[in-house]
Design a protein. Structure first.
Length: 78
């Protein structure tokens, strides 16, 4: 009986407009894409090129920082 209740709850949720959300760094759009176009918060769907969009962190979230550590090769080229 428990399985039936869980299944019924899932069907009910889907029938009321629940939509799938892509995981962090998952595909969320692009030419020919037919899957989900929303990302799990706080991720947003960022267009990379005409063929692919990817769930990425927005660049303007207070408290989030990104740092790039230069490699020896990158330093040598400077």
């Amino acid at each position: 009986m428990r399985v039936s209740l869980v299944s019924a709850a899932a069907v009910l949720a889907l029938s009321h407009g629940a939509s799938a959300q892509q995981p962090p760094y998952g595909w969320c759009g692009g030419k020919g894409w037919t899957g989900p176009t929303e990302c799990i918060p706080p991720y947003v769907c960022r267009v990379l090129n005409e063929w692919m969009s990817q769930c990425d962190l927005p660049r303007n979230i207070p408290g989030w920082t990104t740092s790039v550590v230069p490699t020896a090769t990158a330093v040598a080229k400077l």
